[in-house]
Write a protein that binds this ligand. Structure first.
Ligand SMILES: Cc1ncc(COP(=O)(O)O)c(C=O)c1O
Length: 480
């Protein structure tokens, strides 16, 4: 049985066992409703104790994934009712101006209310704070940096960090020259540079539907128009939809997720990315890809950036360490092989350079090997949280609720019965000490008013369960 438990791994043995069962569920080895290996069988196969396997099974039972039946053993639960996935939306008929800034501001303010349970913000690292390991790296950097600590860094970024990024891309079978990378203030600045480089006010930008609201806010601030391309919960973006969109509208650029979309958590396959890049290059349309969730996958391996399939410089890759190490560091990057010099000049004009100390610390974090160790643990914690939140939603939400089953990342997308109002749920949840993201934020049109996004990127606790239950109760009250 693969993968076997690893005693040198920092993760508890029982969690490794639980992960093995989850992986067997994901890759279809175990089917819903089937009996899973007995405690003794698995303990013998993995050469570990029966109580360790029991602890793993009990944990999986607690989150609703397994069911124990007296004298029969443990069974993989059939998806509980209420967990049907959201429906794929329709292709838009026209491009729209965006007007979401006010609601975004309200939603952001809610996240910072003291004592709030922040189900609204997607901050995966909060689920397993990286601060201790990162703090060690920061202290090392402070002792090495001397007077450089308070100086300006190079405007296009700290060379050792850019080299490390290039090496990480090499692991993804991509030959990247560090000069093609510009370090930015988070992925948001990378997206800003990319859009300013390839489009102008009034241009139509194709976006995912539903789409991360930061991209919509950016399009709004740049005076561009957004055209919605539907995201299928299981298959991500369809190349046929993009063809139809390009045939009907003068689209200047597409802003799409590389692998894992936000908020749907859908996974774009390698084949669809390959076809998409070929299509866009043939039509001379830029692809700005957003890869911030690429490392937070739940499957067996990381999805590759679409850049991997580019041959003519029409793909610009945006990413950051905000979802995988520290959003406060504001360190991201733009990989733009065809436009590297222009990107570097624009970065200089917009914000001169990014924090040298933060780049240096992250470079230490990666170089020490701690970053990759941390990522492995983070993915595991996020997966468990996702299962727990799905189970909670199935228990507490109004019937007819549809929920995404993300392939990675830290958020769930909920499609509630049509007559419910996500904006109202947002307002009603605040006095209960809970923030959520109303669906309206995730498209320029009003089609997601009955949807909400919830984050499981936080340390799991009974308070979090109560918060999900409270929103569920509100959904039932609105419905009745
Ligand atoms: C899909 C997506 N892209 C970009 C960003 C912005 O990332 P950063 O904090 O690095 O600017 C976020 C943050 O939530 C996001 O979810």
């Amino acid at each position: 049985m693969q993968p076997l438990v690893n005693r040198d791994n920092h993760t508890y043995l029982y969690r490794q066992v639980a992960d093995i069962i989850r992986q067997m569920q994901i890759n279809g080895t175990l089917k819903a409703g089937e009996r899973i290996p007995s405690l003794r069988q698995l303990a013998t196969t993995l050469n570990i104790s029966v109580p360790t396997v029991k602890q793993a099974y009990e944990e999986l039972e607690r989150i609703g994934m397994l069911e124990s039946r007296p004298k029969s053993g443990y069974f993989l639960r059939v998806n509980p009712p209420g967990n049907a996935v959201p429906r794929k939306p329709k292709l838009a008929t026209k491009a729209l101006p965006v007007s979401r800034q006010q609601l975004i501001e309200q939603a952001y303010n809610a996240i910072h209310v003291p004592g709030i349970i922040p189900l609204g913000i997607c901050n995966p690292v909060a689920a397993l704070p990286s601060n201790k390991a990162l703090a060690r790296c920061m202290r090392r950097v402070m002792s090495m940096a001397g007077e450089q600590a308070i100086g300006y860094g190079p405007f296009a970024g700290f060379e050792p960090l850019k080299r490390q990024l290039a090496l990480r891309y090499l692991d993804m079978d991509m030959k990247v020259n560090p000069d093609q990378i510009v370090i930015t203030n988070g992925a948001q600045e990378a997206l800003t540079l990319a859009l300013k480089l390839v489009a102008s006010p009034g241009d139509i930008i194709a976006v995912e539907s539903p789409c991360y609201f930061g991209i919509l806010e950016l399009i709004e601030s740049l005076g561009m128009l957004a055209y919605e391309i539907p995201v299928c919960p299981q298959e991500g973006i369809s190349v046929d939809d993009v063809i139809q969109a390009l045939d009907r509208h003068p689209i200047k650029a597409c802003v799409l997720s590389s692998s894992i979309t936000n908020p749907m958590g859908a996974l774009n396959s390698e084949e669809s990315k390959r076809q998409l890049v070929a299509l866009l290059e043939a039509r001379r349309v830029y692809l700005v890809e957003d890869d911030v969730y690429g490392d937070l996958y739940f499957g067996e391996k990381r999805g590759l950036p679409a850049q991997r399939y580019a041959t003519q410089g029409w793909v610009l890759t945006c990413s950051s360490f905000s979802k995988t190490a520290a959003p406060s560091h504001r360190v991201g990057w733009l990989l733009a092989p065809g436009l590297a010099n222009q990107a570097a000049s624009l970065k200089r004009a917009l914000s001169c350079s990014s924090s040298l100390l933060n780049q240096w610390s992250l470079s230490e974090f990666i170089g020490s090997g701690e970053y990759d160790r941390y990522l492995r643990q983070l993915r595991q914690v996020l997966f468990t949280n996702k299962e727990r939140m799905l189970a909670c939603i199935a228990r507490h939400f109004v019937s007819g609720t549809r929920v995404s089953n993300p392939a990675g990342g830290a958020v769930l997308w909920l499609e509630l019965p049509k007559k419910l109002d996500g904006n109202m749920l947002f307002q009603q949840a605040l006095p209960l000490g809970v923030s959520l993201m109303p669906g309206t934020l995730f498209a320029p049109s009003d089609k997601y008013r009955h949807c909400i996004r919830l984050s499981y990127g936080l340390p799991w606790s009974s308070q979090v369960e109560d918060a999900v239950a409270a929103i569920g109760q509100l959904s039932k009250c609105q419905h009745s």
